[in-house]
Design a protein. Sequence first.
Length: 272
Amino acid sequence: MRNTSWAQAKRSIAWRLVQSVDRALSLLDLLGNGNASWGVSEFSRATGLSKAVVFRLVRTLERRGYVVQSQDRRYALGTKPLELASVVLHRFDVRQVARSTMLELAEHTGESVVLTAPSRDGVICLDTVDSPQQIRVSFRLGRITPWHAGAAGKLHLAFQPEPLIQQVIARGLPRHTARTVTSKSRLLRDLARIRHDGYAFTVGEFDNGVAAISAPIADSRKEVIAAVSIGGPAQRFSAERLQGLVKEVRQAAGRISLLLLGSPPAGGSSAS
């Protein structure tokens, strides 16, 4: 009899754990398919769960990086889902899909090319193609660079939810070079311009003497999930070459988006 009671207790505990996971996933589903941000009361009304239960769930999700809380106490998706998405993209050979376009981009521009995706602490390098030129910039696979410094980081940050942008700013904007943007107002202006133009261009913000151009790769919902960038010695990114280089990068991002995800990149007008 005692063994039967213990077995029933274990099944009850297991069910409660599964139920908690199911409830947490229902909150993530709402964030992914509904409004960009939700309050505890809204979650409660949408799911029928008590506010106390919702609060415990979102705090757990926040601790694990699945959601972030804004200053007005609303919750939005964090970067952890993007990290998991990067794993899925790897499974579907995103690097293989992008590789030929990256090789063409390196040949056309003469600069090194890098494919990046968001991670919890910045952006991660998924793949690279070195410039054919003797003097070049090389990128390391798996390297994580900060959100606020450099073209790829700022490009990705520009298309993140507002709570995550505020969280990055609240953590501080450390200086990496004399040109790193460390002012909140300046960074927000830069991000707004990137969203409007559909690309990012920086000079010497993370590595001295290095210029870079980055453009977004979007999914079928026009959400930015990756980026393709070129980088090289700043002196080669002259005013005379800049618009041509921007056009090449944006067209490459568009081709990868179409090949991998079936839609053109978000932000700005189409580069034709």
